[in-house]
Design a protein around this ligand. Structure first.
Ligand SMILES: [Zn+2]
Length: 375
């Protein structure tokens, strides 16, 4: 038996691999940080035998409640990812699996690799009226890439989509891939009409360093980017600094910041009710958007989610709150589950890459419903 994580977004530490029925593992912390929860590794072994893999430091992970009723994901071909029997007990995540093939990958969620990210942004530039813009560099020297889709004209809205500030939330980039596929579909009337009315500014990966490093929550120097929006810096958070500078240049009329939530088994949004400038108009926009999203797909709901901020008590360092206040616009954090969306559960796959992409495509229906009311 052998375990390796020496590849894009790999993360695991092998404690003891002498016994297939008691493989002991631990997850490495994000660099210069105490956060950890993302794992991604390959087991090379003998198919057809029972394997018990124990993540021994699960209870001190960033969100231990994320392990409750969670089923790990596995794949033989790195294309199709399915759930495997997992249980959180005595502070450990215990995965019990009889692999069908000798080589099997396990991960916290379907990975979205840096190479696929490069494919996504460069293939996107082949579409009409689409520009791939490099805003600058990350601390590891990767491109900070922005897609500008549509022709800027006076009166057009600026719609911003960012994903994966928290790099372990790979569902966020699958969501963006689905959204882009639909936006580039010239036979989709919603997309065509949206591009008549708006320019889309899309950052498919806000944290490419953390993603490639196999981090859960931070960038190359341990910064949680979604607490940097009030005062980003080129030293600690160039990713946010570069994006906020561009936002100030072109404006923002609608912002969706795409995330995954470890614990809550539903898709939901978190809004701006706690920002200082929140008013009846902002509330009306939020309610219109949520109603349209729920009408577009049963994968969205508004019953389960975070408790609402009290008036004036939003954390102004969070991306969606900062944008909502700065630009007085509709601004949402979109959350998807690591587990499943319990309004439409799927025992084999749970919430996954394909559903995330469809959910991203459906977001355009909700954007279309509010586009004329944004300003
Ligand atoms: Zn997040």
């Amino acid at each position: 038996m052998r375990i390796t994580s020496n590849f894009d977004s790999g993360n695991i530490n092998v404690v003891d691999i002498s016994d297939a029925k008691n493989i002991q593992l631990s997850i490495n912390k994000d660099h210069q940080s105490d956060f950890y929860q993302w794992f991604h590794f390959k087991l090379e072994t003998t198919a057809g035998e029972e394997h018990i893999l124990r993540i021994t430091n699960a209870k001190d992970a960033a969100y231990p409640e994320g392990w409750e009723n969670y089923q790990a994901m596995a794949s033989y071909d790195r294309e199709t990812w399915f759930r495997v029997n997992s249980e959180y007990k005595d502070g450990e995540l215990v995965i019990n699996h009889i692999p069908d093939f000798d080589n099997v990958f396990y991960a916290y969620f379907v990975p979205y690799s840096y190479e696929r990210h490069l494919d996504l942004i460069h293939q996107s530039q082949l579409n009409p009226d689409t520009q791939l813009i490099t805003l600058g560099e990350t601390l590891d020297g990767r491109d900070m890439s922005l897609l500008q889709i549509g022709v800027p004209k006076p009166g057009k809205k600026s719609i911003w989509i960012t994903a994966r500030q928290h790099p372990g939330e790979s569902m966020a980039e699958w969501y963006v891939e689905g959204l882009l596929d639909r936006l580039f579909d010239a036979d989709d009337a919603t997309s065509r009409l949206l591009l008549d009315k708006a320019v889309f500014y899309v950052v498919p990966n806000m944290n490419p360093d953390g993603s490639a490093r196999g981090h859960l929550r931070t960038n190359a120097v341990g910064t949680n980017l979604n607490r940097e929006w009030l005062e980003p810096s080129m030293d600690k958070s160039p990713e946010v600094y570069l994006v906020t500078e561009k936002m100030k240049e072109v404006g923002v009329d609608l912002f969706l910041d795409i995330h995954g939530d470890e614990a809550i088994p539903y898709n939901f949004v978190a809004g701006c009710e706690g920002i200082k400038s929140y008013d009846a108009r902002h509330q009306m926009l939020e309610e219109s958007f949520k109603a349209a999203y729920a009408a577009a797909t049963p994968e969205f709901q508004d019953v389960h989610g975070y408790s609402k901020d009290k008036p004036g008590e939003a954390n102004p360092t969070v991306g969606a709150a900062w944008v909502g206040e700065q630009f007085k616009c509709l601004s949402y954090t979109v959350e998807m589950p690591f587990k499943d969306h319990n309004d439409a559960p799927d025992a084999v796959y749970g919430w996954n890459d394909v559903r995330s992409a469809k959910f991203g495509a459906d977001a355009l229906t909700a954007v279309y419903a509010v586009i004329d009311q944004l300003r």
